[in-house]
Design a protein around this ligand. Structure first.
Ligand code: NAD
Ligand code: GLY
Length: 360
């Protein structure tokens, strides 16, 4: 068992990582739920993993799977259901699922009765290494993704790497993009580890899987503890690849055509190529990143992500970025592998020309 503390003063909590932990959920969750265990999940996870959670009074709330569940309609119906169940402020509800269920449940927990407790049991690799830790919760709005939300930290995160046994290979690979992201941000040694072990991880090697999860969670915990509300240009580094990636997702409709992690992979390849083109990063480092992603079957630019749109069109999507300030969109660029930084100088016109040059 590995325990990673997330140190946030009164909002501190532990992330427990243990193969088989889901089978011990009743015991491990006892401090958070004794009389009953309200578990919010989606239809796919309910079939694949919920039966492993044995509790004498388990109350499941099963929602449709997929990004569309992060909606006002599903939020309203989840809040109403929790109120019908007369959930108390001191009670905890459990999010069992990927980032969709975690984000929706966390947001409902933030607003029902002005805030109840919640526990994350992430079931995708993406959710295990990123979305379940750090307290960002949200639903999508007509104007864009994750635009309605709150910071609301979970009280506990329980990670069982064996739940990934039922995750489709494509979802696993997409989630891996968020693993290697930590190496690219500030940990060149971890990138080297990923380069050596990623294939085994994706093939299901339990040691590689557990090491990658524990290392990623530790990195995220360190960053969140230092900059919980993303005000110090530190947590923002976790958005490496996201500005380019978000434009690709917007172009493909935020659906199965391009998964979030695939878009992040393509975005990271683009961020390194753009950094190299601007003379910030050695060409060799950008080439290593692109080759790493390509070798693992992940996209590394717009074309390999299936997007042939002109640069100007992709830049127009970026102009709606929620992190835009003073008319400028911040980009996470890099001076090399493990040396990411926040850049506020890039013009969208320059980005559009760069994308067109790559497309040509
Ligand atoms: P997801 O929650 O939609 O899960 C992907 C698919 O896998 C779904 O169909 C789900 O039913 C299925 N699934 C989940 N676990 C499974 C399992 N163990 N076995 C079989 N099937 C399983 O997607 P995701 O990639 O986990 O999360 C994406 C979401 O996370 C996006 O909405 C994104 O905005 C959000 N996100 C949030 C943060 C944050 O900090 N809060 C960070 C990154 C991403
Ligand atoms: N996934 C980005 C963050 O948690 O800040």
């Amino acid at each position: 068992m590995t325990i990673v503390p997330v140190s946030l003063g009164a909002r501190s909590y532990d992330v427990l990582i243990e193969a088989g932990a889901l089978d011990r959920a009743t015991e491990l969750l006892a401090p958070y739920a004794q009389d009953r265990l309200i578990v919010i999940t989606d239809e796919t996870v309910a079939a694949a993993q919920l039966p492993r959670m044995r509790h004498p009074n388990l109350v499941p709330i099963v929602l449709p799977a997929g990004e569309a569940t992060k909606s006002w309609r599903q939020l309203e119906s989840l809040c109403d259901r929790l109120l019908e169940l007369e959930v108390e402020r001191g009670e905890h509800v459990v999010a069992l699922g990927g980032g969709v269920i975690g984000d929706l449940t966390g947001f409902a927990a933030a607003i029902v009765k002005r805030g109840i407790g919640f526990v994350q049991i992430p079931t995708t690799l993406l959710a295990q290494v990123d979305s379940s830790v750090g307290g960002k919760t949200a639903i999508n709005a007509r104007a864009g993704k994750n635009l309605i939300g709150a910071f609301h930290q979970p009280s506990f995160v329980l990670i069982d790497p064996t739940v990934l046994d039922t995750l489709p290979a494509r979802e696993l690979r997409a989630g891996y993009a968020e693993v290697v992201k930590y190496g690219l941000i500030d940990d060149a040694n971890f990138f080297a580890w990923c380069d050596q072990h990623a294939a085994a991880l994706l093939a299901g090697d339990p040691d590689a899987r557990t090491h990658a999860i524990a290392h990623s969670v530790s990195a995220k915990a360190r960053i969140v503890a230092a900059d919980e509300r993303e005000t110090a240009d530190l947590r923002a580094l976790l958005n490496l690849g996201h500005t380019f990636g978000h434009a690709l997702e917007a172009e493909t409709g935020f659906g199965a055509a391009l998964l979030h992690g695939e878009a992040v992979a393509a975005g990271m390849g683009l961020a390194f190529r753009f950094s190299a083109e601007r003379g910030l990063c050695p060409e060799g480092d950008a080439a290593r990143v692109v080759e790493h992603l390509r070798r693992l079957g992940l996209p590394h630019d717009a074309v390999s992500a299936g997007v042939g749109a002109p640069g100007e069109r992709l830049a127009a999507h970026m102009a709606h970025d929620k992190k835009k300030a003073g008319g400028r969109v911040p980009f996470i660029l890099a001076r090399g592998i493990g040396q990411a930084f926040v850049d506020k100088s890039a013009e969208l016109g320059e980005v559009a020309e760069f994308l067109d040059r790559l497309r040509a």
